[in-house]
Design a protein around this ligand. Structure first.
Ligand SMILES: [Zn+2]
Length: 324
């Protein structure tokens, strides 16, 4: 019997259910206040905060720390660590650990967001039930040496329960201090509403394979959808096959999107280096190599990964060398 076939019974965690019910009800009050009472500055400020916290989650926790799609300068890592703290979804260390476990045991009972239990489970009802009885044991099998050697990640992990409430309080009280927003509007819009929307951004990422996948429960559909994989339109199967590609967006896109644009701007400013991606030609070569040698496809593909920025710099140097 495989892991997929064994359904471990889960018990409802009522404190969790009540907490999220309270959070969502308060977020609805926040939405009402945003529509009928809040100042435009507060709404704009809330949108900016949501954007920054999603940046911390997608570019920081997901692409930089979970999949090592690129390297970032210390100042950018600190910014992304603070941005990730804003999302109130646990420390980078814990988030990455769970996400790597999700990739490692995708679609099985070991997967904390197991999509074979359905869309709602992958999306958010996994928060309402107990984890697999051996969940802690599974987490210990995940390689996180890189995180343990990262001083910024370990610093954020140590201080998370001090940093998260402090940042939350600071962001909530700022509107009433700076532009005389009422405290009620600040608490319900910048606090409850902002945190709830940010949480949904984080949760929906785990259900992405059901929303944007052609075959919802099959992360490797290379054999049946080869052409889609080569031209990278098969998302998220592409992400689960080559998770280190920095261009792969979290919400069903590839090569475009706001978060990828941020990475490119930072790369132009030299705050981001060692980007990893692969072109269609590299994909074809990797497939041929995998077929002829019998090696894992993603191992072959890593050989053809390249940094588009280095390529651009090389082209510029070559152009300078051409005599006018
Ligand atoms: Zn991922």
């Amino acid at each position: 019997m495989t892991d997929k076939e064994i359904r471990i019974p889960r018990e409802t965690r009522w404190p969790s259910v009540l907490y999220y019910l309270y959070l969502h009800f308060s977020a609805l009050v926040g939405l009402y206040l945003a529509i009928f009472q809040a100042k435009w500055t507060t709404i704009f400020y809330t949108i900016c905060l949501i954007h920054v916290s999603v940046l911390g989650l997608t570019v920081g926790a997901h692409r930089l720390w979970a999949h090592i799609s690129f390297k970032a300068a210390s100042i950018l890592r600190v910014f992304l660590a603070f941005a990730q703290t804003l999302i109130c979804q646990g420390s980078i260390y814990d988030w990455v650990l769970e996400h790597r476990l999700h990739h490692e045991h995708f679609g099985t009972e070991k997967d904390p967001f197991n999509p074979s239990r359905g869309f709602l489970y992958a999306y958010f009802t996994n928060k309402f039930v107990t984890s697999h009885p051996d969940h802690e044991k599974f987490l210990k099998t995940i390689d996180i040496k890189d995180l343990e050697q990262d001083p910024i990640v370990m610093w954020q992990k140590r201080l998370y329960w001090l940093l998260a409430p402090l940042l939350l309080m600071l962001t909530v009280f700022l509107p009433s201090e700076l532009w005389d927003e009422s405290l009620i509007c600040s608490i319900f819009i910048v606090g409850f509403f902002r945190v709830t929307v940010s949480l949904h951004y984080s949760w929906i990422l785990n259900a992405a394979t059901i929303i944007w996948g052609l075959e919802p429960l099959n992360k490797y559909s290379i054999q049946t959808n080869l052409i889609f994989l080569i031209n990278k339109s098969l998302w998220p199967q592409y992400h689960y096959t080559l998770p280190w590609d920095y261009q792969c967006g979290e919400y069903g896109n590839y090569n475009h999107g706001c978060m990828t644009a941020h990475i490119r701007v930072w790369a132009a400013l030299r705050l981001v280096t060692n980007l990893r991606t692969i072109d269609s030609d590299g994909m074809r070569k990797a497939m041929i190599e995998a077929a002829t040698t019998g090696r894992e496809f993603n191992q072959c593909a890593e050989k053809y990964a390249f940094d588009p920025n280095l390529l651009k710099i090389k082209c510029e140097l070559d152009l300078e060398r051409i005599p006018s």
